[in-house]
Design a protein around this ligand. Sequence first.
Ligand code: FA5
Length: 340
Amino acid sequence: MLKKLLLLKDQVEIDLNSANTINEVNEKKALYLGKKSPLQEIMATMKDLSIEERKEVGKAANEFRSFVEEKVQKRLNEINELQIQKKLESQAIDVTLPGRKFRTGSLHPLTKLTREIEDIFIGMGYTVEEGPEIEKDLYNFEMLNLPKGHPAREMQDSFYIDNNNLLRTHTSPVQVRTLLKRKGEPVKIICPGKVYRRDNDDATHSHQFMQIEGLVVDKNITMADLKGTLSLLCQKMFGEETNIRFRPSFFPFTEPSVEVDVSCFKCGSKGCSLCKGSGWIEVLGAGMVHPNVLRMAGYDPKVYQGFAFGLGIERFSMLMNSIDDIRHFYTNDPRFLRQF
Ligand code: FA5
């Protein structure tokens, strides 16, 4: 009987080592210590043994029980550790892997260019003024020397909200607002912002686009100041070698009015597809502030003179970056936007 228990010990170890879950270990435990186990059979025969034999068998049975319990606990610990190990492996983080790249946004190319131009003018002592996009007809047209029914209004086909209010067609109404605010004091401002026209969208036209307006009003301001200022702007934008030229033009709010061309920065004025062989590219409109505009805003044109200019941001960027279609700015294709 004792021999049988000794032999079982080897089997216990083999059985427990083959158990891989807590349930399997408990099943094995029941096999060796449970009601129908060999141990219980041995215990059942105790009553027929002599005292001496009973002592001996009892001791061996207890030893066997302790042995099984110890091995069961050992196996349970092993299984527990294996499970923790497996869990750790499945959740392992490889800290040497390169991180996931997060795509960050950036400023829109039109915002960037606006800020660049703002910086140039701030460096020359200008301040930045803004005005509303829903504007009074009074400021958008009338006080810019464009009374109701003036034929030049047709140059800027407009989105009207009612008879007296519209989406501003240019940034020039900010000139009027600032002059009225400064009440006869000198003015040196630029005004960036969105403007709206009932133009059909195509490669060079949009119904919504951006402009920057410039206005200087003071004593003794001449066309030479205008030319010097715009020369500097164009040299900063298109390169140090850039020349500008004035061509006569018409805006009701400036007299004289000019279109400003820059020497072609692509071919160095030799003539190419960009300047259409002429060596010059038209970039903006400008002029000396019309006496009527000064007078209507409360400035005496005999004392004060001024110059003004207005440029389209999209068209500037298209020229500088060889962009063939204005609509690229609004469709937000990241392949386009990432290039700036
Ligand atoms: C004006 O808007 C005048 N207010 C500019 C000005 C200011 C002249 C001060 C004199 C003194 P014009 O309509 O030409 O002018 O527009 C100015 C610029 O806006 C154009 O040179 C062009 O670059 C841009 N532009 C005009 N229409 C569109 C359009 N539909 N889409 C995109 N850009 C446009």
